[in-house]
Design a protein around this ligand. Structure first.
Ligand code: GLC
Length: 546
C-alpha cells in the first residue's frame, strides 16, 4: 500500500475544476478570466483543495467556448495574457496548489493558422495536418460519419482543395490528423511548451477521438435511435473514435509527460463505460487518471444499490496499481444537485470525498449550486443551438460562481451583465452566506476536505463495501493503523443499521452531513436520519491524524 511519503500528490489530492468563463471576472466585461482566479486564491486555499484544473484559456473564436483553439501557446485577450498565466502558476505553487490545464488534442479552430494554411491548396506544407478526403467516385460524402452536436455529416466541403475535411464537432472545429508527422510534432511541442512553463498536469480533451479508422469505414447504424435522442446517437461510433490503436497514442503522451519531474498528471476525458475506461490505464503506461463519468451520466440512478454496484464494479475492473477517479458533474454534464436534489447532493459530496480515488469537484458544487434555467435569448451553447429542446444544452451548468449577494453574485460588476444570467434566488447559496453558516453545504464540503487531510486513510486507504439494507450504502476505509466506516442513507426515511461487531460500543461519529452530530459513543445500532451520511471512527484506535 502506498504511504503518504511516496504516493504522488494527485493520489491523495482533490482537484477543483474551474470553468474559466464563469469563476471570477476581474476586468468588468462579464466574463471570468485568469486574474479572477488569482483574486480568489484565498478562497481556494481556505476551501482546502489541492489542485485546480482550468478549462481552456487559449486564443479562440469561442465557437465552442475555448474548445476551438486558434493558438495553442498563447492566451485569449478575454482571459488575460501569458504573463497572467505565468503569475497564476506561480501564485498557485506558492500556495502549495497544483495547476492542470486542458490539452484540446483532437481538433483546432478553423481559424488556427495551421488550418488556414492546410485548407488553402491541395499542396502546401501542412496539407495533411487535418483529415482531408476526396468525394466518392459518385461524388458523395467520404463516409457516413456525423457530428457530435448536430448529427449532420461530419464532412465539410472546401472549394479551394475540392476536398472534404472532417469535423467531429462543429464545422469550425476541424479534426487534427495525428497520423501526419508534422501535425503530431507540432501538437507534442505544445505539450512541451506548457510542461516547461510549470503546469502540473493536463486533461486531454476528447482523448479517444485523436485517431480514426485508417480505412474510414462507415459507422454502423443504431436501429434503436428515435427523435428526442441525441442526434449523433443515430450511429454507433465504432470507427470514428476509441479505435484499438488509440492505446499507442495514449502511450506516446504518457512517455512525453514522464520526461518531466514532479509527478505530472496525465488525465483524460473519455465519457465511456467503466469497462472501457479501465483499458486506458494500459499497463501503467497510458493515462494516470482516465476520468470516470459514471456518476454524472444521465443513466446513473441515484440509489444505494446502483451506486454501490458502480463503485464495486470499478474497483473490480481496475488493473493492478491503477488509481480511481470520481466526479459528480463537470462543464458538459448537468449539476449533481439538480439531478438528485439538494438533500441527496450532501450524500453525493460525502461519497465523492470518502471513496478511494482522486475526486474532482466542479466549481460551485461545494455550495450545492444547481443548474440555472436559461431564457432562450441568452442561450450560448452551440450544442443547444444545434439540437434544441432535448436537454443537451450545457449553459445551465456553466453559470457564474456565486460569491455574494450583490446583483451578479460578486462574479462581475453590477454595471455589466454576466455572459450567462443567474436566473434563480441565490441569497442563501452564495459563498459569503454559507461561510457564516456552520451547517451549510459549503461548511460540509470544507469539513470533508479537512477530514481527508486529518485521516490519511481517506486519501490512500483501502476500500471495501459492507453488507447493509438496500437504501444504505456503507463501506469501510482502512489501512494498517486506522479504520473508518462511511454510512450513506440514500433515502429520505430514517434507517437503522447493525454495526459490524468490532465497531459496536467502540465507535464515534466524526462527521454527519447535517453537521450537527459529532462524538459520543455508538452502541450496536447506527441510526441515520433521512438523507443523512455519517463518517464513523473506531475510537479504540489511536487517531490517524497527521
Ligand atoms: C470536450 C469538452 C467539451 C467540448 C468538446 C468539443 O468534450 O469537454 O466541452 O465541447 O470537447 O471540443
Amino acid at each position: 500500500m502506498p504511504t503518504m511519503s511516496h504516493a504522488p500528490w494527485w493520489k491523495s489530492g482533490v482537484i477543483y475544476q474551474i470553468y474559466l468563463r464563469s469563476f471570477q471576472d476581474s476586468n468588468g466585461d462579464g466574463i471570468g478570466d485568469v486574474q479572477g482566479i488569482i483574486q480568489r486564491l484565498d478562497y481556494l486555499k481556505w476551501l482546502g483543495i489541492d489542485a485546480v484544473w482550468v478549462t481552456p484559456f487559449y486564443p479562440s473564436p469561442m465557437a465552442d467556448f475555448g474548445y476551438d483553439v486558434s493558438d495553442h501557446t498563447n492566451i485569449d485577450p478575454i482571459f488575460g495574457t501569458l504573463a497572467d498565466v505565468d503569475r497564476l502558476i506561480q501564485c498557485l505553487h506558492d500556495s502549495n496548489l497544483k495547476i492542470l490545464v486542458d490539452f484540446v488534442a483532437a481538433h483546432t479552430s478553423d481559424q488556427h493558422p495551421w488550418f488556414i494554411e492546410s485548407r488553402s491548396s491541395p499542396s502546401n506544407p501542412k496539407q495533411d495536418w487535418y483529415i482531408w478526403k476526396d468525394p466518392t467516385p459518385e461524388g458523395g460524402l467520404p463516409n457516413n460519419w456525423i457530428g457530435r452536436f448536430d448529427g449532420l455529416s461530419a464532412w465539410e466541403w472546401e472549394p479551394k482543395r475540392e476536398q472534404y475535411y472532417l469535423h467531429s464537432f462543429l464545422k469550425e472545429q476541424p479534426d487534427i490528423n495525428w497520423r501526419s508527422n508534422g501535425a503530431k510534432q507540432a501538437m507534442l511541442d505544445v505539450l512541451h511548451f506548457w510542461l516547461q512553463r510549470g503546469i502540473d498536469g493536463i486533461r486531454v480533451d476528447a482523448a479517444y477521438r485523436a485517431l480514426k479508422d485508417p480505412q474510414f469505414r462507415d459507422n454502423p447504424v443504431n436501429p434503436d435511435w428515435h427523435p428526442g435522442m441525441e442526434p449523433s446517437d443515430r450511429l454507433f461510433e465504432v470507427f470514428s473514435k476509441n479505435i484499438p490503436e488509440i492505446h499507442d497514442y495514449n502511450r506516446m503522451l504518457r512517455s512525453l509527460v514522464e520526461k518531466y519531474d514532479g509527478d505530472r498528471l496525465l488525465m483524460a476525458e473519455l465519457y465511456k463505460s467503466l469497462e472501457e475506461i479501465v483499458k486506458h490505464y494500459g499497463a501503467n503506461d497510458e493515462f494516470h487518471l482516465p476520468l470516470n463519468s459514471e456518476l454524472m451520466s444521465s443513466d446513473c440512478q441515484w440509489n444505494a444499490e446502483y451506486v454501490r454496484e458502480v463503485v464495486d464494479r470499478y474497483e473490480r475492473l481496475l488493473p493492478e496499481g491503477a488509481w480511481p477517479n470520481w466526479s459528480l458533474s463537470n462543464h458538459d454534464k448537468h449539476r449533481v444537485a439538480s439531478r438528485i436534489g439538494i438533500a441527496q447532493a450532501r450524500i453525493g459530496m460525502m461519497l465523492l470525498l470518502t471513496l478511494r480515488g482522486t475526486p474532482t469537484i466542479y466549481y460551485g458544487e461545494e455550495l450545492g449550486m444547481e443548474d440555472a434555467w436559461i431564457p432562450s435569448e441568452h442561450i450560448q451553447d452551440p450544442w443547444e443551438i444545434k439540437a434544441p429542446g432535448i436537454g443537451v444544452g450545457r449553459d445551465t451548468e456553466r453559470t457564474p460562481m456565486l460569491w455574494d449577494n450583490s446583483p451578479h453574485a460578486g462574479f462581475c460588476p453590477e454595471s455589466v451583465p454576466p455572459w450567462l444570467p443567474i436566473t434563480y434566488d441565490y441569497s442563501h447559496l452564495h459563498v459569503k452566506a454559507q461561510q457564516q453558516d456552520s451547517r451549510s453545504f459549503l461548511s460540509l464540503t470544507r469539513a470533508l476536505l479537512r477530514l481527508r487531510r486529518q485521516h490519511s486513510v481517506l486519501q490512500l486507504g483501502d476500500y471495501i463495501a459492507l453488507y447493509s439494507p438496500s437504501q444504505l450504502f456503507c463501506y469501510r476505509r482502512f489501512n494498517e493503523n486506522s479504520e473508518l466506516i462511511i454510512a450513506l442513507n440514500f433515502s429520505s426515511e430514517y434507517q437503522e443499521w447493525v454495526l459490524p461487531i468490532e465497531f459496536r460500543h467502540q465507535s464515534t461519529v466524526l462527521l454527519s452531513t447535517f453537521m450537527d452530530r459529532h462524538g459520543g459513543k455508538l452502541g450496536d445500532i447506527l441510526e441515520l436520519r433521512g438523507n443523512e451520511g455519517l463518517v464513523i471512527q473506531r475510537c479504540s484506535q489511536s487517531s490517524d491524524t497527521d
